[in-house]
Design a protein. Structure first.
Length: 409
């Protein structure tokens, strides 16, 4: 099946997505689709029970390829059988992983398309359990889970707690599709930042005029958060200094929340010492009111004047701190521009003594604030790389590739 030019962190990765028989199979379909959107080549297998909840035709439409449902069935073997399905795979994802399926995997059984495929797998396996709360708490199920964990090649995501389909409340819900995708990214990510510490700023700052009004910008923090998550997946210890955003805190990341540019500078200087890289992706407000009113300012007749002053330049301050030191962190800045993008980025690179500037035209479609995609220039002393429009998660990976190279040099 023809695909759009999808580019993402999983581009070129071969994922086998295996469905167990449970009501959560409908939710697993969304997870499968996320893998496709990340650029992965997804092949699918289903147990006979899984086909009672979601049809193979649905899974085929979502994955873009045939679905293995029978072992040794001639027409399916002509496409790919259980051996070919998993040959060369980078990861097998099982969702939902039912109690029966977990037990069969632990016992090494191979009685259907999913378990037989797993017996031939040599890659990591990610299981996303989903079952009734009592079944999940069953001692035998827990022993099976721990036995698989001990092997080292089997990994688990979830289950989550909450209201289950049968009305019970507790652990047993399938992990959210985004969580399954994130767990897969972590398993497949290179560990080239292990032992490194990164400090990242993200989101906007707010410069208050009074208790209810402020100067800010439309930044959502998605780009900086994507960099933080990608760095953690690659083994780094990450401190994220974030302005006000509506994004959940990334797991495994130290989060420092601030509001104003002054607070972001103070927090950054407090945590940046000893860091291997400082990535300043926050959209810091450039001006703030000279006077902040203690109470809400009421309307006045006629025109009103607002006197502004510059906020501290966080990236320039950090760069100046290390300018006379022999060892300093890799310094990466972001430049959101509306014209002469490369020229402005290069001027910023040189003026602030940076190693890399990630620049984008925020007026371009799909590249501005609040989007899931971005199209950037990577501007360094040695030249400029133009990246295609892609997910912010993919952009984060490309930025970290450059950071790794700079750390190595």
């Amino acid at each position: 099946m023809a695909r759009d030019n999808l580019q993402g962190p999983l581009s070129g990765k071969r994922i086998v997505f295996a469905f167990g028989g449970g009501i959560a199979a409908y939710k697993a379909c969304h997870a499968l689709r996320l893998f496709v959107h990340e650029g992965a080549e997804v092949r699918a297998a289903m147990t006979a029970a899984a086909t009672r909840f979601v049809t193979p035709l649905t899974v085929q439409a979502l994955s873009g390829g045939p679905v293995l449902t029978e072992v040794l069935e001639p027409s399916q073997e002509a496409q790919y059988g259980h051996l070919d399905l998993v040959r060369g795979a980078d990861l097998v994802v099982i969702a939902p992983a039912t109690a029966n399926l977990i037990g069969a995997v632990r016992a090494g059984l191979g009685g259907d398309a999913v378990t037989t495929t797993l017996l031939a797998a040599r890659c990591p396996v990610l299981l996303a359990p989903a079952m009734n709360v009592a079944m999940w708490a069953n001692e035998i199920v827990q022993q099976n889970v721990e036995a698989l964990r001990a092997i080292g090649r089997y990994h688990f995501v979830g289950p989550a707690s909450g209201l289950l389909a049968d009305g019970d409340v507790g652990a047993g819900r399938l992990a959210e599709p985004e969580e399954i995708l994130e767990a897969a990214r972590s398993l497949l990510a290179p560990r080239d930042l292990a032992g490194r510490r990164l400090v990242i700023t993200a989101g906007p700052t707010r410069e208050h005029l009074d208790p209810v009004r402020f100067l800010s910008n439309p930044s959502t923090g998605r780009m900086g958060y994507a960099v933080a998550v990608a760095a953690r997946e690659r083994g780094a210890r990450v401190t994220l200094v974030t302005g006000p955003v509506e994004l959940p805190a990334p797991s495994g990341v130290e989060v420092v929340r601030v509001v104003s540019a002054a607070e972001m500078l103070e927090a950054t200087l407090r945590v940046v010492e000893g860091a291997d890289a400082f990535i300043a992706s926050a959209a810091v407000a450039d001006q703030r009111p000279v006077v902040r009113a203690a109470q809400k300012v009421k309307k006045q007749p006629g025109t009103e004047d607002l006197l502004l002053e510059r906020t501290p330049d966080i990236l320039a301050t950090v760069s100046a701190r290390y300018s006379s030191r022999q060892e300093r962190p890799v310094l990466v800045g972001f430049a959101a521009e509306t014209e002469r993008v490369e020229a402005h980025a290069r001027e910023k690179l040189e003026r602030k003594g940076l190693d890399l500037v990630v620049a984008n035209d925020v007026s371009a479609p799909g590249s501005g604030f609040g989007t899931d995609t971005n199209q950037v220039l990577l501007v360094a002393a040695g030249g400029t790389d133009r990246l295609p429009l892609q997910s912010k998660r993919a952009v984060a990976g490309a930025v970290l590739d450059r950071v790794v190279a700079l750390l190595g040099s």
